[in-house]
Write a protein that binds this ligand. Structure first.
Ligand code: CMP
Length: 142
C-alpha cells in the first residue's frame, strides 16, 4: 500500500555531513521526500516526541543527544514506506545492523544511531503531525 512514514536524521549524522547521502538512500529505494526541514529541537519538543520512552533508563540521554544539535525531519512516501524505511535504517543497535544499512554505515552506538523511523503506520501519523501541518505535505497524489 502507498504509505507515509516519518524520519529523523539525528544530530550525529547531521554533524557528519551525510544528509544528502542519506536522502540518496531513501530515493534509491523508491521513497519520495514529501516534506522536509531542519530543526534544533528544544528539550520540550524532544521529550514530547519521545514521551512513550519517558520511563526508560535511557530517556535522559536520549533527550540530551537529540537536542545536542540540529536534526533533519522528513516525511517519506512510497509503497510500504514504514517497513522499507526500517530496512534502509537497519537495527536500532548499529552492532546488530546489517551491512549496507544506515545504522551500519553511519551510527556509532545505540544512543547515537544516525536516524529514527516510525515503527508502524499509526505512529507514523502521530509523528508526522507532531512536526508538520497537513498543508506542508507535498504529496504526489495531492
Ligand atoms: P529511536 O528510533 O529514535 O527511538 C528511541 C531511541 O532511544 C532509539 O532510536 C535509540 O537511539 C535510543 N535508545 C537507547 N537505548 C535504547 C534501548 N535499550 N532500546 C531502544 N532504544 C534505545
Amino acid at each position: 500500500a502507498l504509505e507515509r512514514t516519518f524520519s529523523i536524521i539525528k544530530p550525529d549524522a547531521v554533524a557528519k555531513n551525510v544528509i544528502g547521502a542519506i536522502y540518496n538512500r531513501f530515493e534509491s529505494a523508491g521513497l519520495r521526500i514529501v516534506a522536509s526541514k531542519m530543526v534544533h529541537l528544544s528539550k520540550e519538543q524532544a521529550e514530547g516526541f519521545y514521551a512513550e520512552h519517558s520511563e526508560r533508563p535511557f530517556f535522559g540521554a536520549l533527550v540530551s543527544f537529540m537536542t545536542s544539535g540540529p536534526v533533519m525531519v522528513q516525511v517519506l512516501e512510497g509503497e510500504n514506506a514504514v517497513l522499507k524505511n526500517r530496512e534502509i535504517m537497519g537495527a536500532t543497535n548499529p552492532a546488530e545492523a546489517l551491512a549496507g544499512t544506515l545504522r551500519a554505515d553511519y551510527a556509532a552506538s545505540i544512543d547515537e544511531n544516525a536516524c529514527h523511523g516510525s515503527d508502524a503506520p499509526e505512529s507514523a501519523a502521530r509523528e508526522i503531525a507532531y512536526f508538520f501541518s497537513a498543508d506542508e505535505l507535498c504529496s504526489r497524489t495531492r
